[in-house]
Design a binder for this molecule. Sequence first.
Ligand code: GLA
Length: 741
Amino acid sequence: MPIQFNQTSQIFHLYNDQISYILGILPNGHLGHYHFGSRLEEPLSSDLFRADQNKGLTAYVNPNDFGFSLNLERQEYPVFGTSDFREPALTLTLQTGSQIVDFKYSHHLITAGKPPISGLPSTFSTTENPCSTLVITLKDRVTDLELDLYFSLFETLPIMSRRAELVNRSGAPITIDKIMSMSIDLMDDDWQWLQFSGDWIKERHLYKTSLRPGIQSIESRRGASGAEHNPFLILKRPDTNEVQGEALGVSLVYSSNFSISGQVDANGVTRVMAGINPALFKWVLKPLETFETPEALMVYSVKGLEHLSHSFHRLFKENLMVKKWQALPRPLLINSWEAMYFDFDEDKLLHFAKEAASLGMELFVLDDGWFSSRNDDSSGLGDWSVNAKKLPSGITGLAQKINALGLQFGLWIEPEMINLGTQLYEQHPDWVIYDPTRMPCHARNQYILDFSRPEVVEHIFKQLTALFDDAPIAYLKWDMNRNMTDHYSHGLKPENQGELSHRYIKGVYSLYDRLIDRYPNILIESCAAGGGRFDPGILYYSPQIWASDNTDPTCRLKIQYGTSFAYPISAMGAHVSASPNHQLKRTTPLKTRADVAYFGSLGYELNLIHLSDAEKAEIKEQINFYKTHRSLLHSGDFYRLISPFESNGNHTAWMIVNHDKSTAIVGWYQSLAYPNESLKTIKLRGLDPKATYSVEPNCTTASGSTLMSFGLLLRPSFNGIHMTADPIGDHQSRVMVLKKV
Ligand code: GLA
């Protein structure tokens, strides 16, 4: 087992071929953090990693000892009040009102595999990529509270999983004010902080800053992980780039309020922690109850950002996503939303679907507007019965007719939401999340159902299954179009109100679990007004997530490029939509729209009936191209070549290479054309240097080493009056296929 405990040195060493994670029991019984980085060989001793220090203005733990202060130690899971003045990972309020706890080593257990977390998604061990787990139990001697810290190491990846479990053996209820999934104290502060932030229709843009003394953080208080910040952080050395240098990634397998922070202390130590956002959280833990945190994942790369991303991609594809969808091709879909919004009936849908089938599409998705009296976004949510005026044959009848055209059938739902005026609201106004003494805030005319209450989840489950049981449904688009305000549950006691958001997301996860259990063949694509809940927690249930409501290809370059730092491209729903685009009114070529969307799980979302014959022929070709290369696009390794976040952001390039390096697909994009541009090359990566590749449509042949070291030559975009095959004008793109000859 690649986890060892040395009794003499009191050191735990978790290792694989790539990394070592080293921690030890400090002289007072606390857990010290020693190393997370490249693989270190034995012998290991605490002298190598820590020095008893004597400094002014600090507090010391033991009487007459001026050498041991927790403020000067690097720790695994720090608490407050016992000589460490920095951010604690855990804060409790005891029945006495005291907030002081002091957790010391009690015992530990090393096991093969990785236990699941009850009611929360988490990565799992597999035969190909097994895991071993160390559980260290700490005890607060005064209260008998027990803290179990879980450290799981993936044997073939540079990835550690961390989480904590608090067991109340104190005999009295306590309140948990903060309980993070992981904390780590890094030796120095010479790191750059990379976060993926934005907004609706502008998700996961890369922002980079240097660390500074004090705390910086990203977080959500939205009841969802949110479009504002992704629950993902990279720290990299200033000279680290895609292919070389140290980088550390932290990702939280959680879809609700989170916090990821970095604190640089006076000694230049950087404390990173991730977990549930303590801002809106308070949890009453009764005697003998246990609280389990979500899982945090930590990746270490000494080979740059590319290796960090490849490690996350592999982990998410093989050890997180629903197993069934790991190898299956994702159906190429047509979605009704931007094609017809709420304005449809069965005839219109069938006419549309017929066109989709003739172009080679595989799955027809009926988006919003099919249920209750919903003809705009002000009504219907919560009453999940079909609108018989629009769909006289019901969902089952429509789905069968769509199937008869040779297409699979998929449906949009937004199960967590409710509109006023619905039957559900009339019957259960107290199922809405709001404080009855105040007027609740509205968003998109809708309110949030209290999924912290099992009876609410049960009611929605029953409504949905009554519809789905007989219908041949192959796909669900699960939407969530507003964030949580007015945090108040009518089902929770005053002292438990701080538990609402965590209980809510556990309710959401339980509905996912129950639907997947009942319909194992349905593919669920998650959505939250675009990419507002794009996180590993959701990815566990839904192997593709609608990346953004913004389908403009130039904007999508940044969104998909930023998303690729943590998530595999098969996870990103990407559609070709109409031009001018509905979000920006920008006009772009059909080719560019497809060239961007190929690097995702492809769909179309535009009115096919309005297309010209030339456009239809072009879409047919695009579909053929995608089907031919779909398995490579979804299973190959993704390389970022030119960043839209760097220099003037005018160019972007990326590529995918299959595992035996025999085929690769390169995408190159130009936002604006400039006159008399200089010659450009893209230096490719991931190829076999010794092999010869044909490059289509360039009709070039070159060795892997030439393509990677000299690069692939691109002619200038504007060349006077002569027309060439090269891109001319704004928003242009090229997709090139490389094959070993
Ligand atoms: C959200 C989604 C869209 C669409 C609409 C339907 O905005 O992101 O794709 O499904 O809801 O109301």
